[in-house]
Design a protein around this ligand. Structure first.
Ligand code: SF4
Ligand code: F3S
Length: 106
């Protein structure tokens, strides 16, 4: 499956959602995840994300491997999002910030 990683936190541009053919994105307060049981590995979402937050599972940077389990866990808790919506007003300011995991809201 494809995995949403740290760069999405507090950016949440949601461009990814519009291209997914199987509607497998799930939405939390300030982050999206991909339901790994639904993703068909089409790759379309990767290029859409302005924050470059989406990776093939095998391509995840070593220090973000824990996002595999986090996507699986949160996909069970969060509801589907199937249409793009406005990003947070300060999304661009958070785009290149590192270590955002502690800011993740559930
Ligand atoms: Fe959806 Fe394709 Fe991205 Fe998987 S790789 S989340 S199926 S757009
Ligand atoms: Fe997040 Fe990128 Fe989608 S910032 S909401 S993965 S377009």
């Amino acid at each position: 499956a494809y995995i949403v990683a740290e760069a999405c936190i507090k950016c949440k541009y949601t461009d990814c959602v519009d291209v997914c053919p199987v509607d497998c994105f799930r939405e939390g307060p300030n982050f999206l995840v991909i339901d790994p049981d639904e993703c068909i590995d089409c790759t379309l979402c990767v290029a859409e994300c302005p924050a470059e937050a989406i990776y093939a599972e095998d391509d995840l940077p070593e220090d973000q491997r824990h996002f595999i389990a986090l996507n699986a866990e949160l996909a069970k808790l969060w509801k589907p999002i199937v249409e793009k919506k406005d990003a947070p007003a300060d999304a661009d300011e958070w785009r290149n910030v590192k270590d955002k995991l502690r800011l993740l809201e559930r």
